[in-house]
Design a protein around this ligand. Structure first.
Ligand SMILES: NC(=O)c1ccc[n+]([C@@H]2O[C@H](COP(=O)([O-])OP(=O)(O)OC[C@H]3O[C@@H](n4cnc5c(N)ncnc54)[C@H](OP(=O)(O)O)[C@@H]3O)[C@@H](O)[C@H]2O)c1
Length: 367
């Protein structure tokens, strides 16, 4: 569907779960030209990494034509780009998508702040330069629905950032500080748009996902019987959102001028409950290890065996997602998606089944 003249985009975070699918979708549905910022990984150059990903999806022929890759690190001033590279981006790029982040929920305070808050600060510095002296028209920032903090009962509004967050981990707090910087820039005239996905999981129809991260390792510990007691309640829900919705919705919203200066919750309005997950486990995986649901106030980690205690400590930053009472306003998202053919996602029993089936078929979860 080629419905607007080709644009030139600058994108960080391409090698990540969202970034990869995001770039693929743009390449397959538009004629846009892309500059991708990629960091070196051990002995693999930015170029090696890009080639591997593009080869896997059969789009390698676009490298060097529609797609240009640049080595850089979001924590460095100017992302560590060479002056001539900055000059080239400044003179060409119309849209800047800052997707890169440290998403490990157990990341250290120092690393989360350096990459998430510091990286966003560096992105904004570049964006101001491109806006004032170049061709930049839009800045898009991927925040998270959990900027309010997963440890509170709260209805998060789209066009505000709660002044009293209750963060469960340094990922959340560093993304909160990062979004604050984007909102400040927005107030000072940066034509920015903020996307806040909840917990991104596999494709809505196939369950497919390139990396089993965020919530998947948590499920794996229980599926493999490494942990057997879960501090939550059957009626608690968890807000997951299919990756294809996040990508299609953000791209549809990015197309509208009206989305400048706004924030969009990319979430489900009807999150599944722990009870539904347990029902699915019993119906589809009857021989999988038993899971005992324990009300959080009665849960005593010290009563666990030594190994379970160690594992549980690592899980601490995840627990907010099982016990949160957050709801998310979706008025901006609903309005922006009207007439685009993209609808807020269904995350019912069948969707959970599709997700677990994909993870099981890939050998990630035990049957
Ligand atoms: N996944 C979710 O559930 C979720 C939910 C809400 C919001 N989000 C937001 O969506 C965005 C993408 O998430 P994701 O799940 O795709 O994350 P991901 O899979 O962990 O990927 C993170 C990306 O950021 C890059 N990156 C990290 N540090 C960098 C640095 N110092 N310099 C350059 N690049 C760096 C990584 O590059 P390397 O490959 O080199 O590490 C990778 O490309 C993030 O901003 C995240 O906060 C994600």
């Amino acid at each position: 569907m080629m419905n607007k003249p080709p644009r030139t985009l600058f994108i960080t975070g391409f090698t990540g779960t969202l970034g990869k699918e995001f770039v693929k979708e743009i390449l397959l549905t538009t004629e846009d030209r892309l500059y991708l910022l990629i960091r070196r990984q051990n002995r693999f150059s930015h170029w090696d990494r890009a080639r591997k990903i593009f080869l896997a999806c059969g789009l390698q022929y676009l490298l060097g034509t529609r797609v240009h890759v640049l080595e850089g690190d979001v924590t460095l001033p100017g992302f560590g780009l060479r002056p001539e590279e900055i000059e080239e981006i400044r003179s060409k790029v119309q849209e800047f998508y800052h997707i890169a982040a440290l998403t490990a929920l157990n990341g250290s305070e120092e690393e989360c702040n350096r990459i998430n808050t510091g990286g966003t600060e560096k992105a904004l510095e570049l964006a101001w330069d491109f806006l004032k002296q170049g061709r930049l028209e839009r800045f898009f920032y991927f925040s998270t629905a959990y900027v309010s903090g997963s440890r509170q009962t709260f209805c998060a509004r789209e066009d505000e950032l709660t002044p009293e967050p209750a963060h469960a981990n340094y990922y959340e707090s560093s993304k909160y500080e990062a979004e604050k910087k984007v909102r400040l820039a927005m107030a000072e005239g940066m034509p920015a748009t903020i996307f806040r996905p909840s917990i991104v999981v596999g494709n809505s129809t196939t369950g497919e996902v390139s990396e089993f991260n965020v919530i998947y390792p948590f499920i794996k510990l229980f599926a493999h019987g490494i942990l057997t007691r879960l501090p939550t309640r059957l009626e608690n829900s968890f807000n997951i959102v299919p990756i294809d919705f996040v990508i299609r919705a953000s791209l549809a919203i990015a197309k509208t001028k009206d989305s400048i200066g706004k924030t969009f919750h990319l979430v489900t309005e009807d999150p599944p409950s722990i009870g539904e997950l347990m029902k699915l486990k019993e119906a589809e995986y009857p021989s999988s290890p038993e899971i005992v649901i324990v009300p959080p106030e009665e849960f005593k980690p010290e009563a666990l065996g030594f190994e379970s205690q160690m594992v549980f400590q690592m899980l601490e930053p995840y627990l907010g997602y099982l016990n949160d009472h957050l709801t998310f306003e979706t008025a901006n998202t609903r309005r922006a998606l009207e007439g685009t053919g993209v609808a807020l996602p269904k995350t019912d029993y069948n969707f959970l089944k599709t997700l677990l089936k994909y993870a099981t078929d890939q050998g990630y979860l035990l049957v």
